[in-house]
Design a protein around this ligand. Sequence first.
Ligand SMILES: *Cc1c(COP(=O)(O)O)cnc(C)c1O
Length: 378
Amino acid sequence: MDFIPVNEPLLNGNEKKYLCECIDTGWISSEGPFVKEFEQKMSVSVDRKYGIAVSNGTAALEVAVQALGIGKGDEVIMPAFTIISCAMAVTKVGAVPVLVDSDLYTWNMNVDEIESKITLRTKAIMLVHLYGLPAEADGILALAEKYNLKVIEDAAEMHGQTYNGKPCGSFGDISTFSFYPNKHITTGEGGMLVTDDEELAERCRMLRNLCFRKDVRYVHDEISDNYRFTNLQAAVGLAQLERLEEFVKRKRAMGKYYTEHLKGIEGLLLPIEKTDYADNIYWVYGIVLDENIQTDNRRVQNLLAKEGIGSRTFFWCMHEQPVYRNSGVFSGQRYPNAEYLARKGFYIPSGLSLTEGQMEKVTAGVKKVVAELKNESR
Ligand SMILES: *Cc1c(COP(=O)(O)O)cnc(C)c1O
């Protein structure tokens, strides 16, 4: 049986040509010329002055947290429902993630709940955009201004998206991207920080590269990791970036197809097509089971696999992560909407290589599985 993978990237532009250039010229490390070119083009594409490419999106968040001087005992507000990278970047430096519940329909952090979480120790807010619709940046930026907090925008899933007409990746003190193969543009593994603050950019460059001292090499005043990004990755990234607009169109067409073919099925909450401030770009096409279906997303994933369809469950909440639970970090905390999404949400094949024939098979499979599940829920 032909299995439809949950994600397959599209690499049929100039990727091969630029990669061959790396091999032909011998420039394969982080010193190669494509790295700077990619940093420059990415930062310009989101109206930022500086771009700092790093090894992945998680590394970008880690560097952002460290560059802003967040450390032991500081608090950083973020969604309870997000990828572990957000919390990890904060706990790694001894700071504390302070969680906020989700909006059940946009799947982003509920901005109305943020102010009550601000304390004297709050240092920053992580503005994380999830699944295709931006979080409500204005509300978050206003709070940051009022309480003098830093803002880290995690735009890993938002290549080519805008919020009220302004590019995602242009909000707050510093923004981060990922180029993992399921993002709108990929470099295999990769990430980037973008900012308008020259000093902050310089600090990120230091942190990316073991904190080498500028005047004397191999002498270090502080320590950081090696988060460098290679010329080979940048070669792929440049070719991908050339096609970003087309990729966003493809993703929107995919979203439109799935919604047209799945709407009206009792038991499913489909992604919102648009809000006042943005049209969905469908990082992936997520679906949430409603109360008519009494099972969880893991079972749906298994049933879809039997139909030859790849899928993934949504993120697992930060306060329910065994690693944090065991150390008592979020002891006794509950976030009902985040918990619901983590148990009931899943996404179906959404890669840029997806064909209409595959989408047809996916929607038929989803319908079949939902019908089975509804029968047993009666
Ligand atoms: C993918 C992703 C990351 C992490 O990126 P990696 O490149 O996989 O490390 C961070 N934040 C969000 C919201 C993501 O979707």
